[in-house]
Design a protein around this ligand. Sequence first.
Ligand SMILES: C[S@@+](CC[C@H](N)C(=O)[O-])C[C@H]1O[C@@H](n2cnc3c(N)ncnc32)[C@H](O)[C@@H]1O
Ligand code: SF4
Ligand code: SF4
Length: 305
Amino acid sequence: MPQDTVEGKIPDFFSIETVLGCNLSCAGCYTGAGLVTRQQGVMSFTQYKAIADNLKAYAKKVCLAVWGEPLLNKDILEIIKYTIGFADPYLTTNGQLIDETLAEKIVDSGCVNISVSIDGCSQAVYEKYRRGGRAEKAINALKYLCASKKRLKSNIGICPTFLVFEHNEQEMADFAELCHSLELEPGFMRPFRIENSALQFSNKTKYRPLGTAGLSDKERKKYILEKEEGCFERIIILVDGSVVPCCCDYNGQDIFGNVLEQSILDIWQSKKFCAFRKNLLNGKDVCKRRNCFMLNRQRNVLPDA
Ligand SMILES: C[S@@+](CC[C@H](N)C(=O)[O-])C[C@H]1O[C@@H](n2cnc3c(N)ncnc32)[C@H](O)[C@@H]1O
Ligand code: SF4
Ligand code: SF4
């Protein structure tokens, strides 16, 4: 990691919580499980614009969701279009609200990438995690997006994602087949455990990141903090403008400032935020979160041979 990352170089990747609240109650999601005690709400376009104007000198990539469903924001298409003026907008959605019309509008909006979270193919398996959702709607959302992409000759990235647990690992093959039939690559991911979830991790998948074999947990954490995104590579902005170090800080335990009141550079370079990052790199236990996003998150997990 370049030396100036702790004190100077601000990340170019931001996640902005355009909605805190959801139409589903996913069992292992902090919002879905009811662990988020912050005031739910929707970011208005005016607030988004003020935040965007604050960080547009630094941002290259902006993900428009943190702990909520971004398509519940009626201004989301306008937000995407505004973002294109300075950075690549990314969306991640449960897909429940995407019909043919909305799919067409999202693809046409210039959104660079959309992830659709679908953690099972059959309704029985899907709803064990995506409580209150319909598998058919999520799968249709994927199909509508693919059809619009073709029709509009768009370059939008469409990423079907699947959090692998014990209860859904038997549907990984069907999910891969479905994705391949749509000329998409499935993204199998390891979930991070949350405090009161009864769900079990799958034992059939390899989770450890490449390059960390043989490292102790402490060494592995340092390696991941340095190499991957996380509190050094991405800034998280909650629905009220608060800046927290990563999305695992779902209730804003470590708020370093507010982008509706201060410049993002001042917040990033503040003594408090710098000390937090320095201490982390020096192996001090300053992060209060037990489920470190970086330590646990694994993309593209593979079934064991
Ligand atoms: C919190 S959701 C917000 C966006 C949208 N509502 C959705 O579900 O895609 C953002 C991402 O977190 C993922 N996610 C949900 N629960 C998770 C967990 N326990 N561990 C890791 N990722 C999780 C979702 O699958 C999604 O890709
Ligand atoms: S759909 Fe997304 S935000 Fe909503 S409960 Fe599920 S994971 Fe959480
Ligand atoms: S849980 Fe803590 S150490 Fe891990 S990425 Fe988040 S802020 Fe950094």
